[in-house]
Design a protein around this ligand. Structure first.
Ligand SMILES: Cc1cc2nc3c(=O)[nH]c(=O)nc-3n(C[C@H](O)[C@H](O)[C@H](O)COP(=O)(O)O)c2cc1C
Length: 346
C-alpha cells in the first residue's frame, strides 16, 4: 500500500513471543525474574509466571530466562512479528529458530554431543549470554588487564585504534551513574511510554494507550533515532524507569565505558564494536559475565556534566558501555536464534 511505511510508527500491532513456565518444574528461585531486561516475570505463589501488567512490552526472545533457569522450567514459543506498517518485519525472517548448528546436519539438536569438535573460540561464542545476575565480588585488576589487552588487538579502520576506556569500580561513582542515568531515562520514558506503566507499584491498565502527542512525537523521533523508537526498546526503558530498585546496569561491580576518537577514519562505531566484543569474549572465556548497557550510553549522551566528571571530553564520544562481574551461578548457555538470511552466489 502507498505510504505503508509511514504508518503505525508508534506501538504497532504485533504478535509477540510467548513465555511458558512449567509450574511443576519451577522452584520459585527468581533467577528468571531478575535476568529479564523487560521485567516480564514475577513470582506468584512461589512460582514464576508472566507479569501481565506489562501488556505493551513483552518478550524480546533473548531466552535468558530459560538459560538461567536451573530446572529447565521455561520455554519461549512464537516470535515478535509486525504484520504491517513502518516496523513490518514478517518478511524479514526465515521463520525458523534453531540451536547452533555449525555442522549443519546436527541442526542444533544436541550441543553437548558435538561441542568437543569445536574450537574454544566457537564454544565461547555460542555459549556467551548477556549476564544480568552479578556477584558482589569485584573483578581483579589482573583480569581487567587481560580483557583490555584483548580489545587493544582488535582490528580498526586504517589501524587508527580509536578506542579509549573508562573503567568504573568506585561504588560511589557507580551509584551516581545509576541515579543520573535513571533521571535522563525517566524523561525519555515520559515521551514514549503509556503513563500507567511508569510506576511499578501502580496496578497497570492493560488498555492504556499512547497519548496523541506521544504518537506524533514518536513519528518525528523515528527519523532522528531510528530503531531506538522501536517499542521493544521501550520495554527495557520502562523496566528501569518504573522500578526504583532496578539498577540500569544490574548492580555490576565494574562498568566499562567505551569511547571513540571522533576524528578517526571510517565509522568508529564499528571499530568500537569489534574491540568491545573481543573484550566480551575474553571476559567470558575467563569465567566472567558481561552485558552491554546501551541505556547508560544514551543517558550519558545527555549528561555532559557527568561526562566531565568521568573525564570524557572532545575528541572522545561515548559509544557503548559494558557491565562486567562474576556471574551468580550458571548463566552462559545455548539458545535458539533465527536461521541466517544468506544470499549464496556460486
Ligand atoms: C549494542 C547493545 C546494547 C545493549 N543494551 C542493553 C541494555 O541497555 N540493557 C540490557 O539489559 N541489555 C542490553 N543489551 C543486551 C541485549 O539485550 C542482548 O544481547 C540480546 O537480548 C541477546 O541476548 P544474549 O546477549 O544473551 O545473546 C545490549 C546488547 C547490545 C549488543
Amino acid at each position: 500500500m502507498l505510504f505503508e511505511k509511514y504508518r503505525l510508527v508508534a506501538m504497532p500491532p504485533a504478535k509477540w513471543a510467548e513465555l511458558i513456565v512449567d509450574p511443576d518444574k519451577c522452584t520459585g528461585c527468581g533467577r528468571c525474574v531478575k535476568t529479564c531486561p523487560v521485567q516480564l516475570l514475577e513470582i506468584y505463589n512461589k512460582v514464576s509466571r508472566s507479569n501481565y501488567r506489562y501488556d505493551a512490552f513483552r518478550c524480546l526472545t533473548c531466552e535468558n530466562c530459560a538459560t538461567v533457569c536451573p530446572e529447565g522450567a521455561i520455554r519461549i514459543e512464537k516470535d515478535y512479528r509486525v504484520p504491517r506498517g513502518f516496523w513490518k518485519n514478517e518478511n524479514l525472517y526465515t521463520g525458523t529458530k534453531t540451536l547452533p548448528a555449525p555442522f549443519g546436519k546436527n541442526n542444533g539438536t544436541d550441543f553437548e554431543s558435538y561441542q568437543h569438535k569445536l574450537t574454544e573460540v566457537e564454544r565461547v561464542i555460542y555459549k556467551r549470554r548477556s549476564n544480568r545476575l552479578f556477584k558482589k565480588k569485584q573483578v581483579e585488576p589482573e583480569l581487567l588487564n587481560r580483557i583490555i589487552e584483548a580489545g587493544r588487538f582488535a582490528p580498526s579502520a586504517g589501524n587508527n585504534q580509536p578506542w579509549k576506556f573508562v573503567v568504573i569500580q568506585d561504588p560511589k561513582v557507580l551509584t551516581e551513574l545509576n541515579r543520573r542515568s535513571k533521571k535522563v531515562l525517566r524523561f525519555f520514558s515520559r515521551l514514549c511510554i503509556p503513563g500507567t506503566w511508569m510506576d511499578k507499584y501502580t496496578p497497570g491498565d492493560k488498555k492504556a494507550k499512547l497519548k496523541r502527542w506521544q504518537k506524533w512525537l514518536l513519528w518525528v523521533l523515528v527519523w532522528f533515532v531510528g530503531g531506538d523508537a522501536d517499542q521493544r526498546a521501550h520495554g527495557g526503558l520502562n523496566a528501569v524507569t518504573s522500578d526504583p530498585d532496578q539498577s540500569v546496569f544490574f548492580n555490576a561491580p565494574t562498568m566499562i565505558i567505551f569511547l571513540a576518537d571522533k576524528r578517526a577514519i571510517g565509522g568508529t562505531e564499528f571499530d568500537l564494536g569489534l574491540c568491545a566484543h573481543s573484550m566480551v569474549l575474553t571476559a567470558h572465556s575467563l569465567g566472567l559475565g558481561t552485558c552491554y548497557i546501551d541505556l547508560i550510553t544514551k543517558a550519558l549522551e545527555y549528561d555532559k556534566k557527568f561526562q566531565k566528571r568521568l573525564g570524557i571530553a572532545y575528541p572522545f564520544q561515548v559509544i557503548t558501555s559494558l557491565a562486567v562481574g562474576y556471574p551468580q551461578g550458571k548463566i552462559d548457555g545455548i539458545v535458539r536464534r533465527e536461521k541466517p538470511r544468506v544470499t549464496w552466489i556460486k
